[in-house]
Design a protein around this ligand. Structure first.
Ligand code: ADP
Ligand code: MG
Length: 728
């Protein structure tokens, strides 16, 4: 083993787990660092409290006088907890979170100073926006964008900073972040769903979208990770031969959590508790050193914020435990990658989960309405949904055979399939009294019983119904949930809006009763959405063929998939639902396609460097040792020389062959990169990176990995898979 690797491993093994003392019950520290309802009640005046609550519940604007009161109380609360700075906290389209800290401290002349935080500082800030991606919305000379307070997501304290969740928009009003379109989509689904709910219950005033994400990740020793330029710069290994042992024994999944990892998790969970992130579940995942963490679900906007915040905290806490967290969707070849399941549902302010079957036929009809409309929406916008989860890193996972395919389909289980089949047979137009009774008793009425034993969960489906929610499983582990949640809620909102119009039309023009009209429309929806329903093995080749026949898209790469975002249909959808203007949609497309190009470009550079200045020189060094050895053998053995040095000569030749291939392919890749870089059109450039540059990675890697098996372990410069994955 090389000295570098040896010392790295020695250091990692001696890293003691930091034991966290949990003195207090988790429920007692939950939300202690959040300016939540509890602290607001304590610190705000009655008026201010009512103002904020109205903003949270009904989206009412907060006027300036109230904002002044809120900021002042927020400051008092924060100061009481030792806070010195505040920041607007937002999620620009870079995929990370952004913050710029300002001190409360202000001088007031005569050598005196005070702590100050006014309403205007709470409500709006102008960070220098020129270095955030804008997709051409803002030219740099108009580098003005502003952040604006989102009262629906509570302020929190991290370290000694008060963080205020905000939206981030250009001065011309276009969204430059994930949150703004999400809030608009949530508004759209609220109004469309509330209108549909009124068919069933006039008291419903608001529908909330919920999200429960499950975050998968790898924990790698920090020192070992630092020895790998690929992990440091791209978050994944670009080369490395598989370890002799991988995940084939299934001995990691749900196994006992290694003590150092557990110690990290406990500290992380404590931080989460303080910040009001309701983490609940932790366990080992399938691959070695892979884990998962999941909270209790929350309102979607808050859940998205919490996931972004969590990813940030995970990195920091990991560092304290000498770990590096890898969020990449495919950090290691040959073993499972990571995803972020997005569990999604809709619920009313009267406490009803609209995607959970109820106890009465009427509540079940409501369930079926939302259930079928969601399926229809996914069917119509499957390509768009696929586009929202595309990224250079998720391309490595989607379509690989342990991950959801790049084809979007919906799994609903055997029993609900039967229910839909029966509904499909409903008579057109008015129903006879017998038919109505039959429907109520035998179809709609039976759902709750039926679902109880509907435990079959198809793990290969990218979009599965799991009893009382849909689970969007194809989302990447690095992704900001904001984008998939924006799209899902928007397509469902649009679908519900159309549904309401169709039902009303049947009632008004054909004189149908409300439930007859609903049955009629649902029947047509079931017929129209059949191609999206799939219960079989999503990983199989047979499904690819079948999906093609059904006309479902199967976009395996980001440049292909992203196009659906700017299709006529998608642009019209976002405009109609007032989620994104065409300018915003177009800008996002550009940002994403550029991000794709840059990711592949960086990977190409890193791989070329490692191959040329780590792998090839090491191989040459080892080859020279062999050559010396052969020369010596020749001196000693003379005539028998060929026979005794057969193996060495063979090795020397093999090494030459791999070196030659590496050099040729790296040169080829550099040339392809140059060609790609010369292309003006970003779409074509992305295609060149995808189809000309990236495929060469595989060839380069192949030969490097072969060399790893041949070259003396003692001089191999890169930490190996077995060391990265099995050091705990
Ligand atoms: P798994 O998918 O691992 O089997 P569960 O089905 O228990 O796990 O739940 C997964 C996630 O779904 C949890 O994070 C949970 O909070 C979330 N969840 C449960 N109900 C809802 C809901 N109504 N809306 C959104 N998320 C939900
Ligand atoms: Mg899940």
């Amino acid at each position: 083993m090389s000295t570098l690797r040896f010392h790295a491993i020695k250091k990692s093994l001696s890293a003691k787990p930091v034991t966290v003392e949990e003195k207090e019950r988790r429920s007692a520290i939950f939300g202690k660092h959040v300016f939540n309802e509890d602290s607001m009640r304590q610190y705000l005046t009655k008026d201010a409290f009512a103002g904020v609550m109205n903003a949270i519940r009904y989206g009412k604007k907060i006027d300036r006088a109230i904002a002044d009161q809120v900021s002042s109380s927020m400051k008092d609360w924060a100061l009481s907890k030792g806070v010195t700075h505040y920041t607007h906290w937002f999620q620009p389209l870079t995929g990370t979170t952004a913050e710029k800290h300002d001190a409360f401290f202000e001088t007031i002349g005569d050598g005196m100073a005070i702590e100050k935080f006014g309403g205007s500082q709470l409500v709006q800030q102008e960070p220098d926006a020129s270095s955030f991606p804008s997709g051409g919305i803002r030219n740099t000379f108009e580098a003005r964008g502003y952040t604006a307070w989102d009262p629906t997501s509570p302020a929190f304290i991290y370290g000694t900073t008060l963080c205020i969740p905000t939206i981030f928009v250009a001065y011309t009003g276009e969204a430059l972040d994930y949150k703004t379109p999400l809030l608009r989509a949530l508004q759209a689904v609220d109004s469309a769903a509330t209108a549909v709910c009124k068919y069933f219950d006039k008291n419903v005033k608001k529908v909330t979208s919920s999200l429960g994400w499950e975050q998968e990740y790898f924990l790698i020793d920090k020192t070992l990770a630092a020895t790998r330029p690929d992990i440091a710069l791209t978050g994944r290994t670009l080369l490395g031969h598989s370890a002799a042992k991988g995940q084939q024994l299934d001995d990691h999944y749900f196994g006992s959590i290694p003590s150092r990892a557990l110690s990290y998790m406990r500290e992380l969970e404590t931080e989460c508790m303080l910040l009001g992130i309701p983490v609940k579940t932790r366990h080992n995942e399938v691959a070695p050193n892979q884990f998962e963490l999941a909270p209790i679900f929350e309102e979607a906007n808050l859940a998205v914020d919490h996931n972004s915040l969590l990813m940030d905290i995970m990195g920091r806490v990991a560092s304290r435990h000498n770990f590096k967290v890898l969020f990449h969707e495919k950090p290691f070849a040959g073993i499972n990658g990571s995803g972020k399941h997005n569990n999604w549902s809709l619920s009313t302010d009267t406490g009803v989960n609209l995607l959970a079957p109820g106890k009465t036929p009427m509540s079940n009809l409501q369930f079926l309405t939302f259930f079928i409309n969601t399926i229809k929406a996914v069917n119509k916008h499957e390509a768009l949904l696929r586009a929202t989860i595309s990224s250079a890193s998720n391309d490595h996972r989607l379509g690989a055979n342990e991950a959801p395919p790049a084809i979007i389909s919906v799994f609903i289980g055997e029993q609900l399939t039967k229910v839909l089949e029966e509904l499909e047979g409903v008579t057109k137009g008015k129903l006879s009294p017998q038919e109505k009774t039959e429907l109520k008793l035998n179809v709609v009425g039976k759902i709750p019983d039926v679902l109880l034993d509907n435990t079959d969960r198809n793990r290969t489906s990218p979009f599965a119904f799991t009893g009382n929610k849909f689970e969007f499983r194809a989302v990447g582990s690095t992704a900001n949930c904001g984008d998939p949640m924006t799209v899902l809620n928007t397509i469902v909102a649009k679908q519900l809006k159309d549904f309401k119009m169709e039902v009303d039309k049947l009632i008004d023009e054909k004189g149908l009763k409300k439930d007859e009209a609903i049955f009629n429309v649902l029947r047509e929806y079931i017929k129209a959405s059949k191609r999206i329903l799939f219960e079989g093995n999503g990983y199989g080749e047979a499904w690819e063929k079948e999906a093609k026949k059904r006309g479902l898209s199967n976009n395996k790469t980001t440049p292909e998939a992203l196009k659906a975002k700017i299709s006529k249909d998608s642009m019209a959808l976002f405009e109609e639902m007032q989620v994104m203007s065409n300018i915003e949609t177009q800008a996002r497309y550009e940002i994403e396609i550029e991000a794709y190009i840059m990711h592949v470009q960086i990977e190409g550079r890193v791989l070329g460097d490692i191959a040329r200045n780590h792998i090839v020189p090491t191989a040459v060094r080892y080859q020279n040792t062999l050559i010396e050895n052969v020369k010596g053998l020749k001196e000693i053995f003379d005539d028998k020389f060929k026979e005794v040095s057969k193996e060495q000569l063979n090795l020397i030749e093999q090494i030459s062959n791999h070196i030659e291939n590496i050099n040729a392919n790296v040169t080829k890749m550099i040339n392809e990169r140059k060609k790609a870089n010369a292309i003006e059109d970003v779409e074509k450039k992305a295609q060149a990176y995808c189809f000309k540059v990236k495929p060469l990675f595989e060839d380069i890697r192949y030969h490097c990995d072969k060399l790893e098996l041949l070259v003396d372990d003692e001089i191999w410069p890169l930490t190996k898979y077995r060391e990265l994955l099995f050091t705990r």
